[in-house]
Ligand binder design. Sequence first.
Ligand code: SF4
Length: 444
Amino acid sequence: MKLVGVYSSSHETFKDEWFLRTLKDDYEVCLYPSEARGHGNYMEADWQQAVRFKSAKIIETIQKNWGEVFVYSDMDVLFVGPTKTTIQSCLNGKDIVCQLDDPGGNLCTGFFAVRANDVTLKLWQQVQRATACEGRDQIAFNRLVRAMKEVRAGYLPPSFFGMGTFTGRQFPEASRIYIPANPVMFHANFTIGVEQKTALLDRAQRIITRHRPGRVANNLFFRLRHGMITPEVIKTLTRGDRITQHYDCNAFVRPSSVALDLSTACQLKCPSCPTATGVIAKSIGTGILPLANFEKFLQEHPWVSDIELSNWGEVFLNKDLESILRHAHERHVALRIDNGANLDRASDRVLEAVVKYNLRSLTCSIDGASQEVYSIYRVNGNQRLQKAVSQRIPGLTLAVCRLWSQRTRDREGSGDGRRAGDGVLCKTVLGRPLWRNFLAGKRS
Ligand code: SF4
């Protein structure tokens, strides 16, 4: 049976000092050097390059070893006993079996055995595509393996374990390592950087090689510290015939929709707004989110696909807004400004970008039909919204007018629409169809 692995220069030390030195079985070892150069830290450019190389090598191995089974392993692994026989029996009736990554049931793409067939080829080809966009493979793998009903996936027993398997927490914040009965393999995951991984491998080896009373004492302290997640839960989980269907571990809530304030500053002084009265400045500060931070956020949270951009300030004050809209559009992340914008400083160029990069929806507050009434509440506002409505966003005109006249009728029955705007908080939502009309040049 083949044992496949890839390594970059930063992880070569794990290959020589831990992986090869501790390997117990007579695998046909096939290790491929990646050209990635760097520190090998999680999500850094060289790390992502190595992950992409890994997907390519897994696909290549599946294609060249059709019908056979092979093991893939990262290099930050310490072998404690023979693994081959257990792996072969776990793969009975399965396409892929992985080390359990955390108590939530996630599968680890750092150590697994796979049957080379059309199902696993399709799975890894999809993982490869997702990795190119998301920068890492494990989250995509867990999503896809559950979505593809034809994949028969399972867990390796807890004797194949990593730092996260029993804790779901990172080393060194979580310092205790639970040692299961008859361990055969330890994976130094759930930590970042070569130094930490080496420290983790050292510690795991020290505890594993203790006499039985030493391991029992270690596990007792682990239970006292970690309470709810007991090793019995992990044993039951990995004994099951199926992988868990949900990311139901509290430690790893990964929302697809989030709010990210692009600005906590505003040029208006609406009397009841905490931004205008200075409360927000005192509590979270006044600032603008730069493009670089937005890019970093998307890179580090690839599972986020929908972002609300407004909360405590005026989004259109952000000078990077055009670039942010473009970047999100390229990454297929939907953006919304539903909480509100006053549009007072929206330039033609940014409004163009709003349309071009498909902002999903936008809410504007209009507190008066005339400048005089509008500025009673929107202090310092110069009713540019209305100008924007009439001159620059033709699609919005209809929505505003309809809402305005509807509110008028609701409030006063009929009569002078200008007076009806007094004191009424009107909001209109500009949705995608309107943007599309605008794009198509319709002026209805
Ligand atoms: S426009 Fe919005 S953020 Fe600005 S002061 Fe008024 S309520 Fe506050």
